[in-house]
Design a protein around this ligand. Structure first.
Ligand SMILES: [Zn+2]
Length: 73
């Protein structure tokens, strides 16, 4: 599965939880869990699809940090 498909499936499965790029990379083991850039490229693209994904400043449901997070709509 391609990375955007993996991330879309993950976010839809966890809805309405929201996650930061670091935790998405960790959960999906992108680049062995360290490659937040792979997650970031995808969540930036998802930001262009507001009917499907919402990217906002908020608390990540995994690490509990206040940062840019994304969730499925
Ligand atoms: Zn997080």
């Amino acid at each position: 599965m391609r990375v955007p498909e993996q991330i879309a499936k993950f976010l839809r499965g966890k809805k309405p939880n929201r996650y930061c790029d670091d935790c998405i990379a960790k959960e999906l083991a992108l680049g062995s869990g360290r490659n937040r850039h792979m997650a970031n490229n995808t969540t930036l693209a998802f930001e262009q699809c507001p009917k499907e994904f919402l990217r906002l400043q908020g608390i990540c449901d995994d690490c509990r940090e206040d940062k840019q997070v994304i969730r499925a709509v």
